[in-house]
Design a protein around this ligand. Structure first.
Ligand SMILES: Nc1nc2c(ncn2[C@@H]2O[C@H](COP(=O)(O)OP(=O)(O)OP(=O)(O)O)[C@@H](O)[C@H]2O)c(=O)[nH]1
Ligand SMILES: [Mg+2]
Length: 335
């Protein structure tokens, strides 16, 4: 999985990249993003784990030129989700900046669609595969893009998406907008930008670039104090982690013990055997059963397994069990 930061020039892309990745993990314009999750902190406390392991993904800081030049387009083809940063500091109008940038995205997809249509029209005779259904789909997408609709939001079916598997349209992938603001930013302008995002079906999150960057430079104790002063729940990295999971349809399950507490990502709807495979192929191969308690229930029982058992909240499940977000898995296996 790969995430890419895009957006207008000088909007704060590199700033947010550094904040999300916490400088240490950065190598040039690529780094690993750790998905923050308070549940990992809590579980590792309860289990006195020696190590905490967060789910991770590659993160790219994609420098912007004007629009999407062909060479940039090729850098984007394997990115699964885009974070688009809009400048809302210095009295900028974030809505205007966003509209311009979304237009660039739409135009670049439109160009790819038109190229394909032209190619099919020219070479229809030579092409072995049925081009009729593809052509119909291309025209439908062309229409939507011309009406400023992102391809992600036009309800393409699984079969239609399959026809597009050889392409890498940007607007077909999830985009999260980050409004990069400053204390004292004009609320009405920000609201307008947020309304625009919701009108095009894109999630949007506020980010105080400069403040976050300053926090980054504090020592860990000062950072903790600052977070407390800002009120609980204030944690940009964690909010962003949650939003990315939601967009990519991922849930988090845990394994916890004295050695480590680990958070794992799994696509929603998958079963215990797939979860086992994430941990280790041997565990998948030798799967016998899974003992499962959900994080919520575990905490309700004060992190005491005895109480969990007495309350009947420890489930014994087989391979087919559909894993839920927050499930703690202990898989019995034999190889
Ligand atoms: N005042 C203010 N300045 C900011 C904020 N965020 C970023 N900046 C400044 O804006 C400038 C651009 O920030 P970058 O993070 O480098 O922006 P960028 O989008 O990566 O820029 P390019 O890669 O050149 O397109 C830098 O001088 C930052 O210090 C903010 O929230 N407030
Ligand atoms: Mg930059």
């Amino acid at each position: 999985m790969k995430i890419g930061i895009i957006g207008p020039s000088q909007s704060g892309k590199t700033t947010i990249f550094k904040v999300l990745l916490q400088s240490a993990d950065i190598l040039g314009d690529i780094g690993m993003f750790k998905f923050m999750d308070y549940r990992i902190e809590k579980l590792s406390d309860i289990f006195s784990s020696k190590k905490k392991v967060y789910p991770e993904t590659a993160f790219l800081d994609i420098a912007s030129g004007a629009g999407f030049a062909a060479k940039e387009y090729s850098k984007l083809h394997d990115v699964d989700l885009f974070i688009c940063v809009a400048n809302a500091f210095f009295n900028e109008d974030p809505k205007k900046g966003l509209e311009g940038y979304m237009m660039d995205i739409i135009l670049s997809d439109l160009e790819a669609i038109q190229n394909r249509i032209t190619k099919i029209e020219k070479e229809r005779m030579k092409m072995k595969t049925d081009t009729e259904s593809e052509m119909k789909l291309l025209k439908k997408c062309q229409d939507s893009l011309e009406n400023s609709k992102l391809l992600r939001n036009i309800g393409l079916t699984k079969d239609e998406l399959k026809l597009f598997s050889g392409f890498s349209f940007i607007s077909l992938r999830p985009i999260i907008v980050v409004l990069n603001l400053e204390e004292g930013a004009k609320e009405d302008k920000i609201k307008l930008a947020e309304e625009y995002c919701s009108s095009i079906g894109v999630n949007c999150i506020r980010f105080f670039g400069k403040t976050e960057f300053e926090i980054l430079e504090l020592n860990p104790q000062e950072r903790d104090q600052f977070s407390k002063d800002m009120g609980s729940g204030y944690n940009f990295r964690e909010n962003m982690s949650r939003l990315i999971c939601k967009e990519l349809n991922l849930l988090t399950f845990f394994t916890a013990g004295d050695k480590d507490t680990t958070g794992w990502h799994l696509e929603s709807g998958l079963s215990a055997i797939e979860a086992a495979g994430k941990i280790h192929s041997d565990i998948k191969r030798g799967f016998i059963r899974a003992e499962i308690v959900n994080y919520q229930d575990f905490v309700k029982c004060e992190g005491n397994m005895q109480k969990v058992r007495e309350a009947g909240l420890l489930k014994i499940e087989g391979k087919e069990y559909i894993v839920k977000d927050g499930d703690m898995l202990n898989i019995r296996f034999n190889v």
